[in-house]
Design a protein. Structure first.
Length: 367
């Protein structure tokens, strides 16, 4: 009986526009925080030929119901997952994480196929078998690694490694002349499905590299790799170097344009500020000018006050008519000291002459 898909499988796809941490959205929900402590292992997973197996105990497979209920600590559910694991990426890690979390007590065994099998049945790999073994060893979910794993699982191989369930995605895997290499595992009720992570695979990564081959070739040439190491012809090498220089020139021109735009923007901002300040100062100056020289300005009042004071100083106020008049006392008579003539002796003439002389002298004195 084939077990149903576990509800704990990680089926959430990545979202680039997530609003929460790690790209999570409101629909996903933000997971609760946990206390900080170390969950990782300190050493890589061992190879199967380095692990001792007690063959004295009989190998009895556990059923799916027993595995879901939980097995004793000394009898974990032995789950096997295999693959090529070329260019080990997050899709591989997520598949192994799902396999590790299929049951409460799981011991995960991962088989990695050799270069010979892979090249014969699937194609050329980027990483060699030793690099792929090492990458899987350092995945935190792996408990044991099987080197040179078989392409098709046989009953002998399953019994040798005491495997209870085989974990893989449920999509039929056609290879080696079979429509599905896991068909007999599914029929035996030993298949535990996982789910693929969309948008990431080894083929996708290789496609990106092939699509942007010129970019990566130029990058590696710039980092010091030789054309021979990159299998690049002499003409292409010179072409890439020329493209690199052209790109540098374009980048410099773009930087200059951006800086010039920033400079112009700053000048415009400063000019606007200066115009605003000039307008404020001009309004203030005009206001002060009108306050001083306007029709009702301070200068007009000052002139009025000065004019009144000048008129008052030039023409003082007359004495009131009702005030008593003071008769002017007659001026004393004056006699020329060197005059030898004497006035007429008659009293009338004497008095007339004295009065005339006295009047003249008094007028002169006033002048």
């Amino acid at each position: 009986m084939e077990p149903p898909t576990s509800s704990r499988l990680n089926s959430r796809k990545r979202r680039k526009d997530g609003s929460g941490p790690n790209g999570a959205t409101e629909l996903d929900g933000i997971p609760p925080k946990i206390s900080r402590r170390s969950f990782g292992l300190r050493e890589p997973a061992p190879f199967s030929d380095e692990v001792e197996i007690d063959y004295s105990k009989p190998y009895i497979r556990v059923t799916y119901e027993e595995a879901m209920r939980g097995t004793p600590l000394d009898r974990p559910v032995r789950v096997y997952a295999d693959g090529i694991f070329d260019l080990f990426h997050s899709g591989h890690a997520r598949a192994l994480m799902q396999a590790k979390n299929l049951f409460p007590n799981t011991y995960l065994i991962v088989g990695v196929c050799s270069d010979e099998l892979t090249h014969n049945f699937k194609g050329f790999t980027v990483m060699n078998e030793n690099e792929r073994y090492d990458a899987v060893q350092h995945c935190r979910y792996v408990d044991e690694v099987v080197r040179n794993a078989p392409w098709t699982l046989t009953p002998e191989f399953l019994a040798e490694h005491r495997i209870d369930f085989v974990a893989h995605d449920d999509i039929p895997y056609s290879s080696a002349g079979s429509d599905d290499v896991y068909k007999h595992i599914k029929e035996a009720g030993m298949f535990a499905p996982t789910q693929r992570t969309e948008g990431i695979s080894t083929s996708d990564i290789i496609t990106r590299i092939v699509r942007d081959y010129d970019v990566y070739a130029r990058r590696n040439l710039q980092r010091g790799y030789t054309a021979k190491e990159l299998n690049v012809s002499f003409i292409n090498e010179k072409k890439y170097h020329l493209q690199e220089r052209v790109d540098k020139v374009k980048k410099r021109v773009k930087d200059v344009e951006e800086k010039s735009k920033e400079f112009v923007q700053k000048v415009e901002e400063k000019s606007i500020d200066l115009i605003q300040k000039w307008e404020e100062k001009s309004r203030e100056f005009i206001g002060n000018f009108l306050e001083m020289f306007g029709p009702e300005g301070a200068l007009k009042h000052m002139l009025k006050e000065g004019k009144g004071r000048m008129l008052q100083a030039i023409s003082p106020k007359q004495s009131p008519s009702s005030s008593p008049t003071h008769d002017r006392s007659p001026s004393p008579s004056f006699r020329w000291p060197f005059s030898t003539k004497t006035p007429p002796s008659s009293p009338a003439n004497r008095s007339r002459n004295e009065s005339a002389v006295t009047y003249d002298i008094s007028e002169d004195e006033e002048d």
